[in-house]
Design a protein around this ligand. Sequence first.
Ligand SMILES: [Zn+2]
Length: 323
Amino acid sequence: MQAARCPVHPDETLLPATARATDRFWGFGGEFTYGRCPTCGTWVLDPRPAPTEMGPWYAGYYPEGEAAFRRKAWSRYGPRRALGIDGMRALDTKVRLARLGQRWTPETRALDAGCGAGGFLAGLRHETGAQVQGVDFNPECRAFAAEVYQVAVDSGELAAQAYPDAAFDVVTTWHCLEHTYDPAAELAELKRITRPGGFLVVEVPTPSPLAWLFRGRWFFLQAPTHLYHLRPKALRALLERAGWRVRQVRRPWLPSELAGSLLMLFGVRRFVPTVMYGKGAAAHLLKALFGLLLLVDVPLTFLLALAGATGGLRAVAQRPEDA
Ligand SMILES: [Zn+2]
């Protein structure tokens, strides 16, 4: 374990014990504490496992059954319906960046850092016709994305790829920055590989009213893989320090925050393998319960989005033409 600080205000002493959590989401165990930056309010996992100690919590990222589930949905329902939230993000990215001046053509080059299974890139290709490319530190992603979506994915950390300067017109990173030990360096590297005038879309979880209500059982907490939960002004500061021009910061609709938090409250463990892709009667019951909870979650999180109070934070930034 190692001590941690606010990534924006490393000189500040953290306010202790904003949330105490056992690892419920991944189910590999461990007790964790998040402190809070007194200046920007960001929640910081402190102490945190060193990068070399993080293996067990990432081992279950792609459970058995996920590839088959995604392939079946992709072939049966067509891109928009099959991709769910990935598809919504792709459509939003297309429309929002077009309004800010992005011209989507078959020559447009897009990179998704921390692309996982590649669902967002499949959606973006479908919506815009852009050339899409992913990178993910998890070596399973390459085969997974190629098999399910025919999306090319490089394996390893972003910086290790040594992409050329200005190689991409659009770069995106969805719920990835909070996993990185040096988010400032990540944002600087993304800027280097984006052409001047090109765009970045970044989304991270952020402390919300539901986060304060559920604390250690908040669905998006996901200790210890989430090292920070940045507040809006902290994300803005990180982007500006890395040389990005911030165009928009908002709290998008992010369903499942309430339903997932309630499952954590009820003591459910290992959400992805048990509730999403589990087999057998118990898994089917949990899935049905999650579906029922979503009937309340969807309208409530939609209202939270209207009020600017969801647990998600999405920023659009642009690389200045002259920097
Ligand atoms: Zn701070």
